[in-house]
Design a protein around this ligand. Structure first.
Ligand SMILES: C[S@@+](CC[C@H](N)C(=O)[O-])C[C@H]1O[C@@H](n2cnc3c(N)ncnc32)[C@H](O)[C@@H]1O
Length: 231
């Protein structure tokens, strides 16, 4: 496929052609358009996206943080049911999809990458879940953006953590329940958090340096005096 992604239909065609619909071992309930070792297209996909000036295909994987959040919400549906949810930096949308499956409404997934929004729309359709996907910078969303804010695997780069963590704390200070899934990334907060659960998440060897990542579901506390990366 060549040429820029002109519209959502072209993005959807690219995603369908370069992924398989399947589920991760930890979240068999949710089917996603995923790239995996059987579909050796990560490199091809990355090359095509690079030629077209697009981001790496984060949306083609369910990252450990998103998987842990999804497992937590499916096992504790009362945390999501009846709540308005925003899944920020949602990638493939696994956490938002789990929230919708648990009874949340409405559910919005926001990601900077237009390809992620296209993937979330496809994934919502595959599962028959009413999840909306928007393209945008999560930190531009209002405070509070929803009753429940989800963020899976967002602390792997310092600039991203420095932008998102203060915003997440403001959401919590304004009364939202803010849950993040974190597999021990370098820029995750070390304080102003409450650990709610931990999961052993099998992960793709193409992406990670080990086959399983211990991944915590953390509640971000709203502490106006403690808004940095904390490490
Ligand atoms: C490692 S992926 C995690 C995706 C998903 N949450 C999961 O756990 O599978 C990080 C995602 O964050 C998105 N992202 C980074 N900064 C963002 C921002 N300021 N606003 C919205 N999305 C952002 C990227 O485009 C990417 O899709």
């Amino acid at each position: 496929m060549t040429g820029p992604v002109r519209d959502d239909a072209q993005a959807a065609a690219f995603i369908r052609a370069n992924t398989r619909v399947g589920a991760t071992p930890l979240i068999p309930e949710i089917r996603l358009h995923l790239s995996d070792a059987v579909t050796p297209l990560w490199q091809a996909t990355e090359d095509w996206l690079e030629r077209n000036g697009l981001d790496p295909p984060y949306w083609a994987f369910a990252w450990a943080g998103g998987q842990a959040l999804a497992r937590y919400l499916l096992d504790h549906p009362e945390r999501a049911a009846g709540r308005r949810v925003v899944d920020v930096a949602g990638g493939c949308g696994i956490a938002g999809l789990a929230a919708a499956m648990a009874g949340a409404a409405p559910v919005l997934v926001v990601d900077l990458d237009p390809m992620a929004a296209a993937a979330v729309r496809l994934n919502a359709a595959v599962n028959g879940l009413p999840v909306r996907a928007d393209v945008g910078d999560a930190t531009a969303l209002p405070v509070p953006a929803a009753d429940l804010i989800l963020a899976g695997d967002v602390f792997y780069e310092r600039p991203m953590s420095d932008a998102l963590l203060p915003w997440l704390r403001r959401q919590a200070a304004a009364g939202a329940l803010v849950l993040v899934g974190d597999p021990g990334r370098a820029y995750a907060p070390q304080s102003g958090i409450e650990s709610l659960a931990a999961y052993e998440v099998p992960v793709a060897r193409d992406l990670e340096d080990r086959p399983v990542r211990t991944t915590q579901v953390l509640r971000i506390l709203g502490d106006a005096g403690n808004v940095g990366t904390d490490n």
